[in-house]
Design a binder for this molecule. Structure first.
Ligand SMILES: [Cu+2]
Length: 374
């Protein structure tokens, strides 16, 4: 790369010197030398160079497109993702085709209407109809593009359908924490940033009944296929951004300003693995906002699965209270009985090595505790 830039610099330097030298010739010609037909020196050469430049540019465009194609976003695995792609390619067409035509003409006319002795330029002062046409058509096309883009955007950010799976995702330096509505009632409980500590990393508010069966995950996010998923997005410290490239999901996570994004994934992890012939393939969720030195590691696996497997996975998760039973102390008295359901089968106060012996005691102490655990 450095060599190419160095080489190009040299070429342009030589060209600049040549142009300056020629300019001096031209000036001399204007001043004294009137014996020619008035054709400036290099007239034909310059005209031909315009054609050469046109051809090289078109080849360059094709080359960069083909060589960058491998880095384009993969085929979308969500409904709105395909819509976004269609909009992208439609906009690309609307912009690229006139761009190519106009630029081709610009260079071609420079060649075609090169100086010829005796030929005079036409004086064409104004044409109102032409001006109206070239103002109105782009205005209408641009308005259409903006309108279709705005509709796609407002669909994504509007209220999610009522059957959506609501999942909270919180960015922090440097990982994502996903919270689910729970193994039982599927309702996200409240949160409060003041409750954040070493274990309760996202400030789950255990005074809210809905929080009791919530569970979190720091390594992977499971979502059901074919059903809307609403991501409630927050950040704990600095700007982060949720990016699931295959789903065309991208939304900033802003401290103090919750954002949202809903989408429908329509290809399971197993389906895309089979399609790609890669049994190890995984969808990825990555942070796409430089957020500090650990930014590169802010990624997690996204597992898209059918409703039954998803439900099964949810029911197998350890609730936050199960993982950190000490937080039972934060549960208000009137909810304590309910919270006991989500505690580990054996009380943490008991010695760790006597689990088999005291399991029945635990069940007696907390009626229904062992029975309701999965
Ligand atoms: Cu980041």
């Amino acid at each position: 790369m450095v060599y190419i830039i160095g080489f190009l610099t040299l070429v342009f330097l030589v060209l600049t010197i040549m142009v300056i030298a020629r300019l001096q010739n031209v000036l001399k010609g204007v001043k004294s030398d009137d014996k020619t037909d008035g054709t400036p020196p290099g007239n034909r050469l310059n005209a031909n160079l315009f054609i050469l430049f046109t051809i090289l540019s078109i080849l360059g465009v094709i080359f960069t497109y083909v060589s960058a194609k491998a880095d384009f976003l993969p085929e979308a695995s969500s409904i709105h993702g395909r819509r976004v792609d269609d909009l992208f390619w439609f906009s690309m067409g609307v912009l690229a085709i006139p761009f190519l035509i106009v630029n081709f003409l610009l260079f071609f006319f420079s060649y075609k209407y090169q100086y010829k002795p005796g030929r005079k330029a036409t004086f064409y002062p104004e044409n109102h109809r032409l001006e109206i046409i070239w103002t109105a058509i782009p205005a209408v096309v641009m308005a259409l593009l903006v309108f279709t883009g705005w509709r796609a955007w407002s669909d994504i950010t509007s209220d999610a359908p009522s059957d959506s799976e609501v999942i909270e995702i919180v960015g922090k330096q440097f990982n994502w924490i996903v919270r689910y509505g729970g193994v039982e009632n599927n309702q996200l409980g409240n949160y409060n940033y003041k409750l954040i500590d070493a274990q309760n990393e996202i400030g789950i508010d255990l005074t809210d009944e809905n929080s009791l069966d919530d569970f979190t995950n720091n390594t992977e996010i499971h979502i059901p296929v074919g059903r809307p998923v609403l991501l409630k997005i927050r950040a704990r410290d600095v700007l982060h951004s949720v990016f699931i490239p295959h789903m065309r999901v991208k939304m900033d996570a802003v401290p103090g300003m919750p954002t949202r994004f809903w989408f429908v994934a329509d290809k399971t992890t197993n389906e895309i693995r089979a399609e790609l012939g890669d049994p190890d393939f995984d969808y990825e969720l990555a942070c796409t906002e430089i957020c500090g030195r650990g930014h590169f590691a802010m990624r997690m696996r996204v597992i898209v699965e059918d409703e039954a497997s998803y439900r099964k996975w949810v029911s197998e998760q350890k609730t936050f209270l199960q993982t950190y039973p000490a937080y039972l102390a934060k549960v208000p008295d009137n909810l304590k009985a309910k919270a006991m359901k989500y505690l580990p089968a054996e009380p943490t106060a008991a010695p760790a090595d006597s689990t088999t012996a005291q399991a029945p005691d635990a069940a007696a102490a907390a009626p229904g505790a062992s029975a309701s655990l999965r």
